[in-house]
Design a protein around this ligand. Structure first.
Ligand SMILES: Nc1nc2c(c(=O)[nH]1)N[C@H]1C(S)=C(S)[C@@H](COP(=O)(O)OP(=O)(O)OC[C@H]3O[C@@H](n4cnc5c(=O)[nH]c(N)nc54)[C@H](O)[C@@H]3O)O[C@H]1N2
Ligand SMILES: Nc1nc2c(c(=O)[nH]1)N[C@H]1C(S)=C(S)[C@@H](COP(=O)(O)OP(=O)(O)OC[C@H]3O[C@@H](n4cnc5c(=O)[nH]c(N)nc54)[C@H](O)[C@@H]3O)O[C@H]1N2
Ligand SMILES: [Mo]
Length: 746
């Protein structure tokens, strides 16, 4: 039998016989189905599934819960009723004794694609009914962007959904300069699901239309070889210096649009004094930039002139802002585009993430599908998502964030559903210290991920293939009926059932289920969407017809407007939503915060470490931690498809052959990667298409601590630093990381 399912990397037909998945095929509507689909093949029914509710022995045994054993203890299987009783009692105890803010239910993570069985949404609805919890704000993906860009130009959600499309780039751009390239491996994925993978087609379309591509990156294959992109090899974390060098040429050679800077921008004069060195005595010339970023001054001059003489689109990968002072490259990129004066022209100006997720650059109609109501968090309290360890370790301390101070609460209970912090957070050895402080950690998970292994109460969750759901996202024009393809595996329950069980025990059962079963909820959400559709002038089919057809596509819209074209045409009547109504090259608001690590205009700020900068004497290689090609983050890491990208079960560290030779390392060798924060093992793959002193280890392998605290599988987050991007956004700084690599002898 064939069943339709939807994932965060596309829509698939899954063939099942004898209760086992036999095949996974992309659907006909998808021009470029993602290979990650194959993780489902043996991943869903893998031996690493959690079979029954499990409770950590030490947690059961002692009043203080033996917290030091957390992560290094055995589990006992407990019947559902007993496990739910214990979890409910513990939640009630913590709320009564410590208050709601001492529960951390931020629960960041990607979970699965269905709108009803969305693990975090279910958790948040449940916990809101109990008086709420401490939550998390912003994402690991784009935390710095989400905070800096509203000050400068527009809210992030607007940028993601409305920015320039691939079609416009093909028609309008003669030159596309991509900082961090367009790594198509990442465009397999889109948050909430994707039907037609369009990024490869978009890039090929631009190329065919004659757009010249420039890949500014430490790694040449961040742009596909067939794109014939010019490679500008810049050191990681130095893009701001390079962009300042480009800006300097524009100013010095009068290649900029002074009229646009006057009419559409705020504060260029102040920034210009910094650029020319009048403010600090350092001219940000190409020669100055060259000694920081490693790109020849002549190349910078040429590129600046080319950008000024052509119709130019400038873009950056999200990775640039996942680094120390990650606000700066994004702000500076907008300023560079403003100086060129082409913002608001079709295919010109700036945009972000064209190689980050598959929906970026699409021109599909956007429709806000309804979901179920999660209510409000009564505590109204949240921390910046990547500050979790700081919070756990420093209750009572204040942290700066976007012009205000947030006081960390003392957390006594962590509830996680649909995320894997023991893959995703930086400096995992530091996370371990914080994670062992609360009395209790409860996790819902289908698999024995590291986060499940580091919990006290583990509830086995079903996967999307064991339940019915709807996939429909605001950046995709389709809705899909997700069918149940497999019987519930082992003794699992859906997240909804788990929280319904807990809610019943805590006297909010009826408020949680609202008298609906799974099918009722899907119908209810569909009907809410139908109401919304009507206000936008179209009719959704009846639910039963949709369910039979399994797929529905919303009607196309009339031609989409070029983003910021109205603002370009008439900035006074179509102002931006910034304090000045203009593009903020200087932000009075940010300057007013008086942050040493995020001044009033884009600035080159030394990161806490970099090649040629701090720590580079001790650790000679820069470690990048890109997204993994063969899976979504850590999801189904034990599957065959994920393992096809590994060697001897270990993640592969890409390394230049001369850098390896200098350390007596051969292709395929197992190496130890280390710095002051930790160490992990990985297998070496040679890759000469990169700067010699830059190595890359993808994220997402399951953390496994050996006795000496070395991670055995190659999870780079034992090496990355847990430092906020700045006081402004407090985002993660994963890509600022120096290491050394040596041959491993066990
Ligand atoms: N060094 C470094 N670290 C990084 C990054 C980086 O670039 N460099 N990137 C960061 C970014 S951008 C992100 S978004 C994060 C991603 O980090 P996460 O989102 O935490 O990663 P996932 O592996 O997708 O975690 C989702 C978890 O949900 C589980 N799951 C799937 N379906 C269900 C379900 O139905 N119910 C329940 N309860 N669970 C389910 C999966 O098994 C998995 O364990 O990583 C961050 N970490
Ligand atoms: N296959 C797959 N795709 C994914 C995901 C996945 O897990 N698997 N995760 C999804 C998620 S949650 C997110 S947030 C996006 C992330 O999207 P991005 O953050 O854009 O992706 P990354 O792979 O982290 O980085 C892209 C490239 O940037 C380059 N780079 C790193 N640092 C620098 C720098 O300082 N300067 C320059 N110029 N280049 C640099 C690296 O060589 C890297 O290959 O990807 C999404 N797509
Ligand atoms: Mo992300």
């Amino acid at each position: 039998m064939q069943y339709r399912t939807a994932t965060q990397w596309g829509v698939f037909d899954v063939t099942v016989s004898d209760g086992v998945i036999q095949r996974v095929d992309g659907i006909q509507q998808d021009p470029d189905p993602a290979a990650i689909g194959q993780t489902l093949l043996d991943g869903v029914q893998h031996a690493s599934r959690i079979q029954r509710p499990a409770i950590r022995k030490g947690w059961l045994a002692a009043a203080h819960r033996n917290r030091k054993l957390r992560g290094n203890d055995s589990f006992v299987d407990v019947p559902w009723d007993e496990a739910l009783d214990m979890a409910a009692q513990e939640i009630a105890r913590v709320i009564a004794e410590k208050g709601n803010k001492s529960i951390y239910a931020g629960s960041y993570g990607w979970a699965s694609a269905g709108r009803f069985h969305h693990a975090q949404s279910q958790l948040h609805k449940f916990i809101n009914l109990l008086g709420g919890s401490t939550r998390a704000m912003n994402s690991y993906s784009t935390a710095a962007a989400q905070v800096i860009l509203p000050h400068v130009v527009a809210p992030w959600s607007e940028i993601e959904l409305q920015q320039t499309s691939w079609d416009e780039i093909a028609q309008g751009a003669e030159l596309m300069v991509a900082f961090g390239g367009i790594p198509l491996r990442n465009t397999q994925v889109a948050y909430g699901g994707i039907t037609e993978h369009q990024s490869q087609g978009g890039l090929r379309g631009a190329l065919a239309a004659g757009t010249k591509l420039v890949n500014v990156s430490p790694v040449s294959h961040d742009m596909p070889a067939w794109s014939q992109a010019q490679w500008v090899a810049a050191r990681p974390g130095t893009d701001v210096a390079l962009m300042l060098g480009l800006a300097y040429v524009l100013e010095a050679e009068n290649l900029l649009d002074r009229t646009f800077l006057e009419s559409h921008c705020h504060g260029y004069a102040t920034f210009c004094r910094y650029l020319l060195g009048e403010a600090d005595g350092i001219a940000k010339s190409p020669a100055w930039a060259a000694q920081i970023c490693g790109v020849d001054a002549g190349v910078i001059e040429q590129l600046a002139r080319e950008m000024a003489h052509k119709k130019t689109f400038i873009t950056a990968a999200w990775s640039l802002q996942r680094a120390h002072h990650g606000e700066q490259p994004y702000w500076m990129l907008v300023v560079l585009a403003a100086m060129l004066g082409q913002i608001g022209l079709p295919g010109c100006g700036f945009g972000f993430g064209y190689g980050a997720e598959g929906f970026i650059g699409s021109s599909w109609r956007r429709f806000n599908w309804a979901t179920f109501s999660k209510g409000m968090n009564p505590t109204r309290f949240a921390i910046p998502v990547a500050r979790i360890t700081d919070m756990l370790l420093n209750p009572g301390a204040d942290v700066d964030y976007d012009g205000r101070k947030i006081t960390y609460p003392e957390i006594d209970l962590i509830y996680w559903a649909g995320g894997n912090p023991f893959h995703h957070h930086q400096d995992l050895n530091r996370l371990v210290e914080g994670w062992r402080k609360p009395s209790t950690v409860i996790v819902n998970e289908p698999w024995w991920t590291p986060t499940a292994q580091w919990a006290d109460i583990v509830f086995p969750a079903t996967t999307a293939l064991e339940r019915e759901d709807i996939c429909a996202s605001s950046h995709d024009p389709y809705a899909h009926a997700m069918q149940q393809a497999l019987p519930v595996q082992h003794d699992a329950c859906s997240d909804h059932e788990i929280f319904a069980g807990l809610a019943a025990r805590l006297d909010v059962g009826e408020a949680f289920v609202e008298g609906r079963n799974e099918q009722d909820w899907l119908r209810h959400m569909w009907e809410k969407s139908a109401d919304k559709a009507r206000t936008e002038g179209f009719e959704l089919p009846e639910f039963d017809a949709f369910w039979r057809n399994r797929i529905y596509k919303i009607p196309e819209q009339s031609a989409r407007k070029t983003w910021l074209a109205d603002f370009r045409a008439d900035p006074l009547n179509n102002p931006l939503n910034t304090p000045s109504g203009k593009l903020e090259i200087f932000s009075d608001a940010i300057a007013g915060f008086d942050y040493d690590d995020c001044p009033g205009h884009p600035t080159w700020l030394e990161p806490f470490e970099r090649l040629g900068g701090h720590n580079s004497e001790k650790y000679k290689l820069h470690l990048l931690t890109p997204q993994p090609e063969k899976r979504l983050h850590s999801q189904m890491d034990p599957s065959a498809h994920s393992h096809s990208g590994k060697v001897a079960g270990k993640e592969v560290l890409l390394m230049h052959s001369t850098t390896a030779a200098a350390r007596n390392i051969r292709q395929g060798d197992i190496v130890r990667i280390y710095n002051d924060r930790g160490a992990c093992l990985a297998a070496v793959g040679f890759d000469d298409n990169r700067l010699a002193d830059v190595v890359s280890l993808p994220t997402g392998s399951w953390f496994k601590r050996l006795d000496d605290f070395t991670d055995a599988n190659g999870n780079p987050n034992v090496l990355t630093a847990d430092v906020g991007t700045s006081k402004l956004a407090q985002g993660p700084s994963a890509n600022t990381c120096l290491v050394e690599v040596e041959a491993y002898t066990p």
